[in-house]
Design a protein around this ligand. Structure first.
Ligand code: DX5
Ligand code: ZN
Length: 227
């Protein structure tokens, strides 16, 4: 089964060495990353705090590659304009983060950005059925959000298939986030995903000399048919 949409590998800088974040972004782009996945956590919606607008702004100058911003914060709406101005290209909000998902998605598009919606592992695909016409990207969480380095939840493959069915022929990317490795990338793409977030499987060890091989391994696995 071939992914109809272009494959994108999106390393998550959550697993980067923050003491040299600009260099890490540089290195991962040079290593073949398509997107830079930016995980924003508030210690409220998820049980961890990462970083916010000023940090993202400081690395925006390093590359013109797509910044894929995953907001794990609640509320989201008061911060959307700040992330847009700081250089986000895609802004993804969680379906669980507030009572007015449709309003949040409209707000992102009104800011001229691509609107994404994320689903926690326990949230059914049906939760976004009525906003599917208002999104550019669906993000299926394959771990509980909050931390890098967790194991892929196998049920996520069924979730991806359902999300892909809901998307149908629409111009919407299907992203998967959490526990993605070269070992499961093929199944993930076969289930319908075309944007693969990878944190520890790219940045683990924080040795830039390993990044090209790690990204290539995921990309090769994701594009290998009948292996
Ligand atoms: C989890 C984040 C992920 C995470 C992925 O809350 O949204 O983007 O950094 O890390 P790995 O690939 O290590 O599971
Ligand atoms: Zn993420």
């Amino acid at each position: 089964m071939t992914a109809a949409r272009p494959l994108r590998i999106a390393p998550s800088i959550l697993s980067a060495d923050f003491s040299r974040l600009g260099d890490e972004v540089d290195a991962v782009i040079a290593a073949g990353a398509d997107y830079v996945h930016v995980d924003v956590m508030d210690g409220h919606f998820v049980p961890n705090i990462s970083f916010g607008v000023p940090v993202m702004k400081s690395i925006r100058g390093v590359t013109d590659r797509v910044f894929d911003v995953h907001l794990m914060i609640a509320p989201t709406d008061p911060y959307l304009a700040d992330f847009a101005q700081a250089g986000a290209d895609i802004i993804t909000v969680h379906a669980e983060a507030g009572p007015h998902l449709h309003r949040s998605l409209q707000a992102i598009r009104a800011l001229g950005k691509k609107a994404g919606v994320a689903l926690n592992p326990a949230t059914p695909v049906a939760a976004i059925q009525h906003v599917i016409g208002d999104v550019d990207l669906v993000l299926v969480m394959s771990v509980n959000p909050g931390f890098g380095g967790q194991s892929f939840i196998p049920e996520s493959l069924n979730k991806l298939r359902q999300a892909k069915a809901l998307i149908g022929g629409r111009d919407i990317d299907l992203e998967v986030d959490g526990g993605v490795t070269a070992a499961n990338a093929r199944d993930i793409v076969a289930a319908g995903a075309n944007v693969l977030v990878a944190g520890s499987s790219v940045f683990g060890g924080n040795d830039p000399s390993t990044y090209p091989g790690r990204i290539k391994a995921i990309r090769d696995a994701a594009t290998t048919l009948n292996a």
